[in-house]
Design a protein around this ligand. Structure first.
Ligand SMILES: Cc1ncc(CN)c(N)n1
Length: 229
């Protein structure tokens, strides 16, 4: 039976079907040693600072990518509600960038001196490719959901009961691990599932390959902090 029919039979979306199929890679992205070290309190602060500085640069590139998804939703979506959901995400990025600046200041990081590492350059390149008008909305929204979901799952794990996350890192974990962000990710997942249900086989293949690419880039992104271990 083809995957789409299997998903329908099990009453789960295509994204969940893919996450089950690629569990190992998804766990690699959401249960990375950096995340586990935050959760168990053994984090090396230099690793955290590397992640923070690199992620600031990533988020700056994530702004135009998010805007490009918004444009695709406006042009291609069959449901007007998609625009509101994505707009909410775009709007929150201004606050996120301000937060990065404050947080960097707190840790004595000069953001203007941060040089992007190769994994970051590669990931930002992927975002740029996704911004192309040739990339279908279905593929772009799948990537958008996956990028946000990895952070949500990762940081939510650090604030679950029993975690020993250091007090000074709790705010960072709350930023992506909070319930509101979780609901936003679920809304994105619903949009992606709705689009994938109607997608052609060719689009489905492209979206699945894109999901794998996002997960691989996320793992590489976390790995940058290993230079400090
Ligand atoms: C690498 C990365 N991936 C995802 C997110 C969440 N927007 C982020 N800030 N940085």
């Amino acid at each position: 039976m083809e995957e789409k029919a299997k998903a329908e039979e099990k009453k789960i979306g295509m994204t969940e079907t893919w996450l089950r199929k690629h569990r190992l890679l998804y766990d690699g992205a959401t249960r990375h040693p950096l995340i586990l070290s935050i959760r168990d309190g053994t984090i090396n602060i230099a690793s955290f600072k590397t992640w923070l500085a690199q992620d600031y640069l990533f988020v700056r590139a994530f702004v135009p990518f998010s805007a490009s998804v918004l444009i695709k939703a406006w042009k291609e979506s069959d449901e007007s509600g998609d625009v509101e959901v994505i707009l909410g995400g775009v709007a929150s990025l201004e606050d996120e960038i301000s937060w990065f600046k404050r947080e960097a200041n707190k840790w004595g990081i000069s953001l203007s001196d941060v040089v992007p590492q190769q994994a970051n350059i590669n990931y930002c390149r992927l975002l740029e490719k996704l911004m192309s008008p040739e990339v279908e909305y279905t593929v772009a929204i799948t990537a958008f959901w996956a990028i946000e979901a990895v952070y949500q799952e990762s940081f939510a794990h650090c604030i679950e009961e029993g975690s020993k996350t250091p007090a000074e890192l709790k705010e960072t974990c709350m930023r992506w691990g909070n319930e509101g962000f979780g609901q936003y990710c679920q809304s994105l997942q619903k949009i992606a599932d709705r689009r994938l249900q109607k997608a052609s086989d060719d689009e489905l293949k492209k979206a699945e390959v894109m999901l794998l690419s996002v997960l691989e880039h996320e793992v590489e992104f976390w790995n940058m902090s290993r230079g400090n271990v």
